[in-house]
Design a protein around this ligand. Structure first.
Ligand code: LAQ
Length: 332
């Protein structure tokens, strides 16, 4: 087993790029272990609709990263109190759902620390019925990633707030997260230890489970390639938001001019169809407004920009542009 040194980076986009790079390009004749800790972020599963998983207003205000990962499963919150472990190994054709193999050594180390952790359900590690770790896998060709979180001393109020979805009435085939009661490992330790110490103990425990163990430092060229993958994938709105499965939203609201009922269809992150119904009267056919919105990324800033020079009153009578934007994107 070779331990990959991530040099203490805490940018989730860089860490996920490093993980994917190692999966695709590192020596396929050996196993790797990577640890990473991310600054506040929500990490979305491969097949999720990002907007159905996040509290957009909250994450904007708090500058929380939103990043999609390559593995499936639900959305989790990371901060500097959450340690991620990632095994990069060969794929034997069977073990793609064999989480046990990868979680067992981690659980053993926790048990040795006096924490009564156990694997529950398909892929959660629980202590006293509370989740302290969520895991997921991804495979490509002969290689696979089996990775998981370890809530050590994460700010739990942030977990709840950042993942509390406000976007209403969305329908999609996106994978929905399974919400659980969560806890920090530090709560279950008799003697308090720091994250650095926890990380070290975990590494030593995993080391004992699979000697020989050495550390690998990436070359300058490899780091360059990791940064390139970050720039071309993990930094992009198209990957983090746009790649969501198609969804539709239905919203209606009563205004002094009458009721407006809206249906929006979003594909590959862009508005593909809009239907506006209602008992309002405008000077222009509302289908013109529907057409203006087609092709626009389903993103509040982009929608605002598109409607900047559009006279909303032409379509509805007395109605503020901001009220219409709130109807299109939601303000709740
Ligand atoms: N950090 C963290 N760890 C464990 N559980 C969490 C965390 N954040 C939130 N949650 C809880 O899990 C559910 C979602 O559970 P769900 O089962 O839907 O999803 C997962 O567990 C995915 C784990 C992905 C692990 C990857 C490893 C490296 S990068 S991310 C969420 O609604 C919260 O209740």
């Amino acid at each position: 087993m070779i331990f990959i040194d991530n040099e203490g980076h805490t940018n989730p986009k860089l860490n996920l790029a490093l993980e994917e790079y190692a999966l695709r390009h590192f020596d396929a004749s050996t196993d790797y272990l990577l640890f990473y800790i991310n600054e506040p972020s929500i990490i979305i599963g491969r097949n999720q609709n990002t907007l159905e998983e996040i509290n957009q207003e909250y994450i904007d205000a708090k500058n929380i990263h939103v990043v999609r990962r390559v593995s499936g499963g639900g959305a989790v919150y990371h901060d500097l109190g959450n340690l991620n472990f990632s095994f990069i190994t060969n794929h034997d054709g069977k073990s793609i759902s064999n989480f046990k193999k990868f979680t067992a050594p981690v659980i053993k180390v926790l048990n040795d620390m006096g924490v009564s952790a156990e694997l529950k359900g398909r892929n959660d590690i629980l202590v006293n019925e509370k989740k302290i770790s969520g895991t997921a896998q991804f495979s490509t060709g002969k290689r696979m990633i089996s990775h998981g979180t370890l809530l050590f001393d994460t700010d739990m109020s942030e977990v709840a707030k950042a993942l509390q979805v406000k976007m209403s009435k969305i329908q999609s085939k996106g994978h929905k997260s399974v919400r659980s009661r969560v806890a920090n490992i530090s709560e279950f330790l008799k003697t308090p230890i720091s994250m650095a110490n926890f990380k070290e103990q975990l590494l030593i425990g995993l080391y004992e489970a699979s000697e020989p163990f050495e550390t690998y430092k990436l070359t300058e060229d490899e780091w360059k390639a990791v940064h390139q993958l970050k720039a071309e994938k993990y930094d992009l709105w198209d990957w983090n938001f746009g790649r969501s499965p198609k969804f539709n939203i239905q919203r209606n609201k009563r205004f002094p001019i009458g009721e407006i009922d809206l249906r929006i269809f979003v594909e590959k992150g862009h508005i593909s169809e809009v239907k506006v119904f209602g008992d309002f009267f405008g000077r222009q056919p509302v289908s013109d407004l529907e057409n203006i919105l087609i092709g626009v990324p389903y993103d509040k800033r982009e929608i605002r920009k598109t409607l900047e020079n559009v006279s909303i009153e032409d379509y509805f009578g007395t109605l503020e542009t901001s009220d219409f934007i709130d109807l299109v994107y939601g303000s709740d």
